[in-house]
Write a protein that binds this ligand. Structure first.
Ligand code: NDX
Length: 254
């Protein structure tokens, strides 16, 4: 194992990340932004959605990319490098493309600081683990965990980006009202974008075969699964004509 690997903080960080997921799942209310913050009383100070998402997601890209750029000597073999590039690629899109295209409601100011801390710690955890701790043999490229994980990662990413695009198309610039999402996986589930993101991180966990990867997939499942459930309830309450056969997160099941 490379000497700069800090295994105890990696294990501690992974446990903390998984615990945040469990805490998000078990607390009674969802995190209050977007449609889960529609009627916050008293009204809270808010930041424009584009600025908020850009700022809070930036460390998820910048921290691992910085670790990669400033490693003392090239430590990553080809499989580890590819996995880190995929992680940074996801957050490059989320920070520099998704954030600047969204037509969301202003984001509660009070959530920006915890989001920044969360994204910094997760970027540090995933980046440090892949650069300093992970060791993959060259045959990892043909290992079934890697190949099926990468397949799931790209499938999930495609579903996530397409679903976020469909949500964006529901509003004209400047509009803030909610409509019934149509098309793509929204035909079957209310949380199509979340389903895609969860599949993506499950794929990443399989391809990295690591505690940090698994902890983040678990966090995403708990945090986004809970949001999908609350979004589904929101739609059923708001729209009488909401398709009755549509599920919250998993097509035909839940
Ligand atoms: N950001 C991940 N917790 C979060 C920020 C908040 O990337 O301390 C988790 C992320 C953070 C959270 C993050 C982690 C936990 C934190 C929390 C704050 C406090 C909390 C730190 C980092 C915390 C403990 C204590 C446990 C540590 O107006 P609007 O905004 O609703 O508009 C929406 C629009 N839209 C519609 N428009 C018209 N008609 C409709 N029917 C519409 N429905 C939606 O579409 C938005 O503009 C847009 C998308 O909305 P929505 O609600 O579907 O998705 P959203 O939740 O905003 O996520 C956006 C994307 C999505 O692709 C999702 O998969 C991804 O980001 N995401 C989001 C959250 C976390 C995450 C990924 C992950 O864990 N992997």
């Amino acid at each position: 194992m490379p000497t700069m690997c800090q295994l105890s903080p990696v294990l501690g960080g992974s446990t903390l990340l998984a615990s945040f997921g469990l805490f998000s799942l078990l607390r009674s209310r969802p995190t209050q932004y977007g449609k889960q913050a529609e009627h916050l009383l008293p009204p809270v100070p808010r930041v424009p959605a584009r600025a908020a998402w850009f700022l809070q997601e930036l460390p998820s890209f910048a921290v691992p990319a910085g670790l990669l750029a400033w490693q003392p000597q090239p430590l990553l073999g080809p499989p580890g490098l590819l996995l880190l590039v995929l992680f940074c690629g996801h957050y490059f899109h989320r920070t520099f493309i998704y954030s600047l295209l969204i037509r969301g409601r202003p984001f509660p100011l009070v959530l920006i600081f915890p989001s920044l801390i969360f994204c910094t710690l997760n970027g540090l955890l995933q980046g440090h683990y892949l650069i300093y701790c992970a060791e993959y043999p060259d045959e990892w490229f043909t290992d079934v965990r890697f190949t099926s994980g990468i397949l799931l990662f790209f499938l999930g990413m495609a579903i996530n980006i397409h679903s976020d695009y469909l949500l964006r198309q529901l509003r004209k610039p400047g509009e803030l009202s909610y409509k019934i999402p149509q098309g793509g996986l929204f035909t079957y589930i209310s949380g199509a974008n979340y389903f895609g993101e969860i599949v993506e991180w499950i794929g990443y966990a399989m391809a990295t075969w690591s505690f940090p990867g698994m902890a983040f997939a678990f966090f995403s499942l708990c945090f986004l699964g809970k949001r999908a459930y609350h979004h589904h309830r929101f739609y059923l309450k708001k729209f009488q004509e909401y398709p009755k056969s549509r599920k919250a997160l998993i097509p035909f099941i839940f």
